[in-house]
Design a protein around this ligand. Structure first.
Ligand code: HEC
Length: 151
């Protein structure tokens, strides 16, 4: 083979390997951002649950604050990586994620508006269940390797 042709082939190969590596890195970064948000969700929900159980408004408030922050721009930040959870139907994945995000937003708002209104935390408990329902729903449908991920 002519030397310049083999150099050309070698550099084309190098470029495509590098590009694949970058895509892999990008995807890893998106996954880690998603997991980070998920862990915030889990922490927030946990605090809210404990707050309700121990009758501690500050704890609920802290949890709601974490949830509000975690849900911010959820779709914009995680839409693309969530699409990849359903390679056969990324549009469906996206619309499921959109619906979850809207529901979570609605229930978090509900908690936020209730928190200073009453000593009766039953409405907050209802909203908590509403959020939790969304977590479970999306995990059933979208979370990759759902069963394998069980500890
Ligand atoms: C729109 C879809 C969707 C919604 C809604 C959702 N999750 Fe997730 N969640 C995922 C996916 C996908 C993963 C798997 C990420 C991975 O391992 O790549 C995940 C993973 C997790 C993890 C594991 C993170 C880790 O470090 O491995 C936790 C904890 C979690 N979710 C909590 C929650 C909680 C709590 C809620 C509800 C407030 C929630 N999720 C709502 C899609 C969702």
């Amino acid at each position: 083979m002519n030397r310049s042709v083999s150099i050309l082939i070698a550099s084309v190969l190098t470029i495509s390997v590098t590009a694949a590596g970058d895509i892999g890195k990008e995807e890893l970064a998106s996954t880690s951002r998603l997991k980070n948000t998920m862990r915030k969700f889990a922490t927030g929900l946990d605090q809210i649950q404990k707050g309700i159980i121990y009758n501690n408004r500050d704890r609920i408030e802290m949890g709601v604050r974490v949830m509000r922050q975690a849900k911010k721009n959820f779709l914009k930040r995680h839409g693309e990586i969530l699409k990849k959870q359903m390679p056969d139907n990324p549009q469906l994945a996206y619309s499921l994620a959109k619906k979850s995000a809207e529901q979570i937003k609605k229930y978090v708002k509900m908690m936020n508006s209730q928190i200073h209104n009453t000593d009766d935390f039953s409405k907050i408990a209802t909203a908590y269940s509403g959020v939790f329902d969304q977590c479970v729903k999306c995990h059933q449908k979208l979370r990759k390797n759902y069963l394998k991920a069980q500890p």
